[in-house]
Design a protein around this ligand. Structure first.
Ligand SMILES: Nc1ncnc2c1ncn2[C@@H]1O[C@H](COP(=O)(O)OP(=O)(O)OP(=O)(O)O)[C@@H](O)[C@H]1O
Length: 296
């Protein structure tokens, strides 16, 4: 008798503030009908990486489905680093940045079909202060916004919106930053410095139109000021942002130093205030399931 392969679902029950039972139940039925064994791990927020690692070592899944926001994807990718296990996404966070960049459909069954099919992208991973980053890390206003959101009671997109105003009037911005990139050190001033593997934030704003998630490089984007016109352009996916608003440097390694501690976020998760951020391209890539018509 042929041994059945196992598909693991790692799911964050609190992501996006929605009930996850429908996703878990549908996942179980769907993969069982396709003759796989379904295994589910629900994150607890404590010691998940160790627990997932132990589970993966024990059950040796054929691939791992991840349901949550980018924070959950990042944590699982960290565990699977150096293991040759493919991942698939069932987005359920409040802002699903990575899924937005991969053009994943909204419908759960379509996502499950893509996850079980054989179209993959070898996604770059960046090390940011020792953590894996698949999507976008940044210091400045966006990270501050995520911090304020995480401390608030309201989840979901509305929660982000509510935090926008107090964040934008904070006295911390703009800040001075020294960047060492491509063998050169430069002094800049900005409101946000992003280290971007992907193009878009989870809100859909296309901050890095030139970025490719599988080219072995990332972009450093220095947003210099608040320009409503340019911010709106990012929302409409313009590939033509004004250099007075954002400066873009393509590289494989960067060091950022700020005079005062500035909020840092990696893939949607606030990581505290830092004065130094080091990022470098990790030689390890992770295969992620993409729609058949996804253009690499
Ligand atoms: N059961 C749980 N209880 C509390 N926190 C949890 C639990 N499981 C995971 N977490 C925490 O959730 C965070 C990751 O959240 P994730 O990014 O997946 O969702 P989100 O914040 O709703 O979505 P997004 O990042 O798209 O805004 C991590 O900090 C993790 O420790």
């Amino acid at each position: 008798m042929k041994t059945q392969k196992t598909i693991l679902l790692v799911i964050n029950p609190i992501a996006g503030g929605t009930d996850k039972k429908p996703i878990i139940n549908r996942f179980k039925t769907f993969v069982t009908e396709k003759n796989y064994v379904a295994e589910v791990y629900e994150t607890t927020g404590e010691g998940d990486q160790k627990a997932i690692k132990d589970l993966v070592d024990r059950i040796n899944p054929d691939r791992v489905f991840i349901s949550g926001g980018d924070g959950t994807i990042r944590e699982v990718a960290d565990v699977l680093k150096e293991k040759d296990i493919k991942i698939a996404l069932l987005p359920s966070g409040s802002a699903n940045g990575l899924a937005e960049n991969l053009n994943l459909p909204e419908e759960l069954d379509e996502q499950l079909n893509i996850g079980l099919a054989d179209h993959f992208m070898e996604l770059d991973t960046i090390d940011v202060n020792g953590l894996s980053c698949l999507h976008i890390a940044d210091i400045g206003v966006n990270a501050q916004l995520i911090k304020n959101y995480e401390q608030s009671e309201i989840r979901g997109k509305f929660g982000y919106l509510l935090q926008a105003f107090p964040t934008l009037v904070s006295s911390k911005f703009p800040f001075e930053v020294s960047l060492t990139v491509n063998g050169e050190t430069m002094e800049k001033e900005g409101i946000l410095v992003a280290i971007a593997n992907a193009n878009k934030f989870g809100t859909g704003a296309n901050i890095n139109p030139q970025g490719k998630m599988n080219d072995g490089k990332f972009e450093v984007l220095i947003f210099k000021n608040f320009s409503i016109t340019e911010i709106l352009k990012t929302f409409y996916g313009s590939t033509n942002l004004d250099p007075d608003f954002v400066e873009v440097i393509c590289c494989t390694e960067v060091e950022l130093k700020t005079g005062k501690p500035i909020a840092l976020q990696v893939d949607g998760e606030y990581l505290g205030e830092e004065t130094t951020v080091k990022a470098s391209m990790n030689p390890h890539k992770i295969a992620v399931a993409v729609p058949a018509d996804y253009k690499l």
